[in-house]
Design a protein around this ligand. Structure first.
Ligand SMILES: *Cc1c(COP(=O)(O)O)cnc(C)c1O
Length: 414
């Protein structure tokens, strides 16, 4: 799937030139490819064909309504982590019976909202959350379907900020305590035990920790069955990695087949919660070079996108490919690609060998996941427009914010 490729030297999104998109919508601007979104979902659909399985897209990776709409139309479910994401998913046409609700801090109000919507499952992350959910459901005269997020204590070997399956993480319940907690859940009114889930981290490039986690979870599934607690589904979480630079990201098949083998004859519905894998390489951030400041020690290219738009480089030291929209000519030199925000950490790339001129358009690749979703208004910068390309069609799926909108909720003193 080459959603973004050069035609006559100019980078295109599907059939649309990025020069045209910049002229029409300005920069910085997020550009998504519908075909790429559909192709990444189709990779999962192929592996899961004929199985009782559901892909629940992790909304937090990119929560634009149009992105959710593309997945909802193909029958995907959604993994949400807040009441806001629930409202978004419903607004995008999601089937609530295909929504699972993850997160360590669900409020009573969020639980009420999700119970009223009749979602598929609450992925519960602590004992007090079980008690609260039981009470809230009782108040509404409802029964809450639950799964416990179990922490399998495997090392996913990823960035510490995005590793979630170790004992020291805030997520999930300890493996050793899971059986007792399931028993406690079974004793509570207004809950029905539906499944078990885990999510061990993000941007995982090795299928082995997934399989190791599943082995531990299946041991627990058997212990639960021996205790009369029979589960309906197993949710393997998300975390499948993508290629940003030269990583060997396994195919979806390579991730899933070892797990699906272990699940054969288990009579468990399989849920998955991929986020990054579905959207990461389906989006880019289009930006323009404002100023060049070549120097003795470093050469700075100041672009109109910044850390408030794409936080990943500043936050995790992430590497994103940065490519010129028009095929480059002339001598290259190493450039620090930086934004206008008043922080030294405001960089998008270090030491990139490029031939740059003021006014050039650059595409920051692999920006579809945790890009716009993590953007902020720091420095009172309006968030960028989002555009979805579909063949030769272009849809503005979120217009650029205005400066006035940024302070519209504020008041001067009386
Ligand atoms: C963030 C998250 C995901 C998605 O992670 P990706 O690495 O984007 O696939 C899935 N499930 C849970 C519970 C999460 O917190």
């Amino acid at each position: 799937m080459t959603a973004f490729a050069r035609r006559n030297g100019v980078l295109h999104a599907e059939s649309v030139s990025l020069i045209d998109l910049a002229a029409r919508f300005g920069t910085p601007c997020w550009v998504y490819s519908r075909a790429a979104l559909e192709a990444s979902l189709a990779e999962f659909e192929r592996e899961l064909a004929g199985l009782d399985a559901l892909v629940c897209y992790a909304v937090k990776a990119n929560s634009n309504l149009a992105v959710l709409d593309v997945f909802a139309r193909r029958g995907a479910g959604f993994d949400i982590v807040s009441g806001g994401e629930l409202r978004r998913a419903l607004a995008a046409g999601a089937d609530p019976r295909r929504i699972v609700f993850s997160g360590v801090g669900k409020t009573a109000a969020e639980m009420e909202l999700a119970l009223a919507a009749d979602i598929l499952c609450f992925n519960v992350e602590s004992a007090p959350e079980l008690d609260r959910l039981s009470a809230v459901a009782g108040r509404l005269g409802k029964t809450a379907p639950i799964s416990l997020r179990v922490n399998p204590d495997v090392d996913a070997k990823t960035h510490p900020y995005i590793s979630t399956g170790l004992k020291e993480n805030k997520f999930g319940v300890a493996y050793e305590e899971a059986l007792a907690l399931y028993r406690h859940a079974a004793s509570l009114p207004n809950l029905t035990i539906s499944g078990i889930d885990c999510h061990i981290g993000s941007q995982l490039l090795d299928p082995a920790p997934f399989a190791a986690a599943l082995d531990k979870i299946l041991t627990l599934v058997d212990q639960l069955a021996a205790n009369g607690i029979v589960l309906h589904h197993i949710d393997l979480g998300g975390g499948l990695g993508i290629r940003y630079r030269d990583e060997d990201a396994p195919t979806v098949q390579a991730y899933l087949q070892p797990m699906l083998q272990k699940l054969r004859d288990r009579h468990l519905q399989v849920l998955l919660e991929p986020g990054r894998r579905l959207v990461g390489n389906a989006g880019l951030l289009l930006t323009r070079v404002e100023y060049l400041k070549p120097g003795e020690v470093k050469n700075f290219a100041i672009v109109d996108a910044a850390m408030n738009d794409l936080a990943r480089p500043a936050l995790y030291g992430s590497w994103h490919d940065i490519v010129p929209v028009v095929a480059p000519q002339g001598a290259t030199r190493p450039w620090e690609i930086v934004g206008p925000v008043c922080e030294s950490g405001d960089f998008l790339g270090h030491g990139r060998d490029l031939a740059l001129a003021t006014g050039d358009l650059l595409a920051i690749m692999s920006a579809g996941a945790y890009g716009m979703a993590m953007s902020s208004n720091y420095n009172s910068r309006p968030r960028a427009a989002e555009v979805m390309v579909d063949g030769a069609d272009v849809h503005l799926v979120r217009r650029r914010e205005t400066a006035e909108e940024l302070y519209a909720l504020e008041q001067r003193l009386p």
